[in-house]
Design a protein around this ligand. Structure first.
Ligand SMILES: Cc1cc2nc3c(=O)[nH]c(=O)nc-3n(C[C@H](O)[C@H](O)[C@H](O)COP(=O)(O)OP(=O)(O)OC[C@H]3O[C@@H](n4cnc5c(N)ncnc54)[C@H](O)[C@@H]3O)c2cc1C
Length: 455
């Protein structure tokens, strides 16, 4: 492979063009460093500042114009934006990045003096009987269809899981004409305990945002059913019904043609882990997070992380953390510059972190132990919960042994979807995860064929 790689170099590589990466790239370029911003998507913006396709933007308007303006500023500052470029590997403390064009497979090697990983998050799914039926999707997918393409994921939709994210998704679905059959929240966040009310009141902007969503839902007659969960989905070629279990033990069946189920987000930490960053379980005990200082410097010298990949804290925290990391890199690579005061940014980051911690308390994750044996856990390799339990019980009681015995986590998603469940079922605790290995995502065959076009 090495012979066919296009070589390039830059002062700083920023991996991920979402809010964290964009804010960081802007600060770095304005500070006088050469910056390459890489994103596997064909457009910049990440999850929050997604771009509508041209025709849809012409028909429905610009989506989140603040994102458009931020991207414009990043380009104007001279950042080299390489969209459609996957970073599939890294070595030498992130000073060498291996890339691939997601369309052609063309390979590249980028040398840097410092690297910022701003790779965002994945949605957290928890398997239940029927979750692999067509029509059962994540809330993020439903939101993407509704906001980017203006298409409802179904005409009658059940939304379920836990987290504040369910609220904007429900509102977006209503806006494109879907009927919300039920909004099923596992926890009781909208009837909070006295101990968390004080914390919530210290976040008036976020409270107002939640209140706006709840008002919209109320106007459409949608009530959030708290303390309830999806037990199973049914259908032949498509989901047609869902069983909802309530705290009092009762079960009710709802007819629907789409079911969106999500349990928040999971940080995308493969690159920092691949590079050997020190990690530790997050406060909820469900994720391994890179250990960082106040500005996102990891234990690997010259490697920084910011945004959701460093811990789920939302779009505003991602922007602030991106700027903080960028200032830290500037101090490192351009020490002659006049010092910039970052105390205000650090204060804001701490306040936003407190809000994220509050969200963790309001929307705790459910236990994974009660997934029925017959339920498929690893979708790529069709491995059930029972097979994983059996492997763990017969001596394969570490995560990698369970993977080897069952193939769970060996498919194209490389365990990103199921790894936390496999770990929990194998009795390891969700925070344990499969080792990150190159390539961190599957590569097109073209990338491995010698003699291909090099660009
Ligand atoms: C599906 C989804 C939908 C969301 N919708 C909302 C919403 O409507 N409202 C809200 O407030 N919050 C939403 N969030 C949360 C919010 O988007 C995030 O908090 C915020 O975008 C985090 O910014 P970020 O820059 O850390 O990551 P992101 O915005 O996720 O950006 C990360 C970027 O990194 C790129 N990337 C990842 N790995 C690689 C790699 N190896 N090589 C190249 N590129 C890579 C990705 O393509 C992505 O563009 C959503 C999150 C998700 C996952």
């Amino acid at each position: 492979m090495a012979d066919v790689m296009a070589e390039s170099e830059t002062d700083v590589a920023v991996i991920g063009g979402g809010p964290a990466g964009l804010h960081a790239a802007l600060v770095l370029a304005r500070g006088g460093l050469s910056v390459v911003l890489l994103d596997e998507s064909d457009t910049l913006g990440g999850q929050y500042y997604k771009r509508r396709a041209e025709q849809l933007a012409a028909a429905f308007g610009d989506f989140r114009p603040r994102g458009t303006e931020l991207i414009r500023q990043v380009r104007a500052a001279g950042v080299v934006c390489r969209t459609g470029t996957l970073v599939w590997g890294a070595e030498d403390a992130g000073r060498t990045l291996f890339t691939s064009d997601v369309h052609t497979g063309a390979l590249g090697r980028l040398s840097t003096r410092a690297t910022l990983a701003a790779t965002g998050a994945y949605e957290r799914s928890l398997p239940f009987p029927g979750w692999t039926l067509p029509g059962v999707v994540t809330p993020g997918f439903a939101l993407h269809l509704a906001t980017m393409d203006r298409v409802p994921v179904g005409s009658r939709v059940v939304l379920a899981g836990t987290g504040p994210f369910l609220l904007p998704v429900a509102c977006a679905l209503l806006e494109v004409g879907a009927r919300i059959e039920a909004l099923i929240e596992l926890n009781h966040p909208y009837r909070p305990r006295a101990s968390v009310i004080g914390g919530a009141l210290r976040q008036p902007a976020r409270l107002a945002e939640a209140a706006r969503y709840l008002l919209t839902l109320a106007r459409h007659g949608v009530r959030v059913e708290q303390g309830s969960r999806v037990l199973a989905a049914y259908g032949d070629t498509q989901v047609t019904a869902v069983d909802i279990g309530h705290e009092d033990g009762s079960v009710r069946r709802l007819e629907t043609d789409a079911l969106c189920v999500g349990f928040g987000f999971r940080p995308s930490t493969e690159l920092p882990r691949l590079l050997g960053c020190r990690t530790e379980p997050d406060p909820t005990g469900t994720e391994q997070l890179p250990v960082v200082d106040a500005d996102g410097a990891t234990s690997v010298d010259g490697l920084y992380v910011a945004g959701d990949c460093a811990g789920i804290a939302g779009v505003h925290a991602a922007g602030v953390r991106g700027q903080l990391a960028a200032h830290a890199i500037l101090r490192r690579l351009a020490p002659g510059r006049a010092p910039v005061r970052v105390a205000g940014l650090r204060r804001r980051a701490r306040a936003l972190d407190r809000f994220a911690a509050l969200a963790d308390r309001l929307y705790p994750m459910p236990a994974t132990a009660d997934i029925p044996d017959a339920t498929q856990v690893c979708r790529c390799e069709s491995v059930s919960a029972g097979e994983i339990r059996q492997a763990a019980a017969t001596g394969w009681n570490d995560l990698h042994g369970t993977k080897a015995a069952t193939r769970a986590g060996m498919g194209p998603c490389q365990g990103r979807e199921c790894g936390h469940i496999v770990a929990a079922l194998a009795g390891r605790g969700e925070a344990e995860c499969f080792a990150a290995r190159m390539p961190i995502r599957p590569l097109p065959m073209a990338a491995t064929v010698e003699g291909q076009d090099v660009r």
